[in-house]
Design a binder for this molecule. Structure first.
Ligand code: HEC
Ligand code: HEC
Length: 320
């Protein structure tokens, strides 16, 4: 990898929060909702199984519990940044579907979504025709900031993968889901990428799929990010501009639900899962993780747009 042409300009003060504040809160909330939430919370099309409670039901619970907008928005945004049983208003849903996976969105993004949801109650089916809003394309011109758009692309890919992973685990258990990931993980990320007109891949220094090995530049970023995590800092996304392409690295950290397939063999994983992994991935390196460690990164790449900023490398605070 030729690194010489990459000029590094760290804009450490530039957080995604600061960027989001420039965008109209409502439009931002709506786009985030359509991109990141509907994949699990919309009415399933016929033949597909529900993986989460429909949003109108979620809104009803939150409205019933919270009379003021502030309480509604605070509670809902807290829950989606850090889903927990203690903070849940829908224990029945947690029981039925399992706890909502963590999405790694920033608090300001969560507040934008929560504000949108407070003001835009969805109706129960039968009362309203379903708008066709699944998998909306994120338009580049919506925001001139490549780091922010890339982050949204990554989150969209993650939500799509997350939904399919949850469905597979619910329907088939861990082993069944393993087979599913094996066959579909690549396709799913490619699908999202095509919809969004960008290249998306997941790579790792300890990859499971041989095609997901990180290259030299990615490895350098991974090492830096691991170091940050080990010092208790939040990992930071990074933008590289080279040969008229913007490439963004976004950290992927582990959470509880990942450990059944990526955790420590004697603590988190069953012998059956280990056997199946060995069969599917003889050279698997992606086990032995604990909570909140760097599992890999999203690499999102697209042609540089004229509207984008002239910086060659922008680093932003991540809120993981
Ligand atoms: C990968 C699938 C998935 C995605 C994506 C997802 N959710 Fe969820 N969500 C769930 C599941 C499963 C539940 C039910 C279990 C629970 O309540 O934790 C849930 C429950 C919730 C609840 C109720 C929490 C409670 O128990 O009190 C809220 C609020 C919520 N989601 C909001 C959102 C918002 C807003 C987004 C988008 C930013 C989102 N969800 C994206 C799967 C998802
Ligand atoms: C049901 C088992 C299962 C669960 C749960 C699971 N994974 Fe994976 N993961 C896999 C499999 C299988 C692959 C290889 C997919 C392929 O062949 O492309 C994989 C690949 C990956 C990759 C791509 C790099 C590589 O090693 O090939 C990343 C990054 C990743 N997983 C992160 C996560 C994170 C983060 C979680 C939790 C949110 C998670 N996984 C949960 C089974 C799982």
């Amino acid at each position: 990898m030729m690194q010489a042409r990459i000029v590094l300009i760290s804009l450490l003060g530039l957080s995604t929060d600061a960027i989001s504040d420039n965008v109209s809160l409502h439009e931002n909330g709506k786009t985030l909702y359509q991109t990141l939430c509907q994949v699990c919370h919309s009415q399933p099309t016929t033949g597909t199984q529900r993986v989460a409670p429909p949003m109108f039901a979620v809104q009803k619970h939150y409205h019933r519990q919270h009379k003021s907008a502030t309480d509604f928005i605070n509670h809902l945004s807290q829950f989606i940044t850090q889903p927990s049983k203690e903070n849940s208003l829908m224990p029945g849903a947690v029981q039925k579907f399992g706890l909502m996976p963590q999405l790694n969105i920033s608090l300001s993004e969560a507040k934008a979504v929560a504000t949108y949801l407070y003001h835009n109650p969805e109706r129960a089916p039968g009362h309203q025709r379903q708008a066709n809003v699944s998998n909306p394309v994120i338009h580049q011109q919506d925001t001139a900031d490549p780091l922010k758009t890339s982050k949204t692309h990554a989150l969209a890919a993650k939500a799509e993968l997350g939904k399919n992973l949850l469905t597979a685990i619910n329907q088939k258990g861990t082993i069944g889901a393993l087979g599913f990931c094996h066959e579909n993980a690549m396709n799913l990320t490619q699908q999202v990428a095509e919809q969004q007109g960008v290249e998306i891949k997941r790579v790792s220094d300890k990859n499971r799929n041989p095609n997901n090995a990180a290259n030299q530049s990615e490895l350098t970023y991974i090492q830096t990010t691991k170091h940050q995590l080990s010092q208790g800092k939040s990992p930071e996304a990074k933008l590289l501009r080279q040969d008229n392409r913007d490439t963004v690295y976004i950290p992927i950290t582990t959470q509880a639900m990942c450990l059944q397939c990526h955790g420590q063999p004697d603590i988190h994983m069953t012998p059956q899962t280990l056997n199946e992994l060995k069969r599917l991935y003889p050279d698997d390196q992606a086990i032995g993780y604990d909570l909140n460690q760097l599992r890999g990164i999203w690499v999102i790449s697209q042609a540089t747009t004229a509207a984008a900023q002239p910086a060659n490398d922008i680093t932003s605070d991540e809120n993981n």
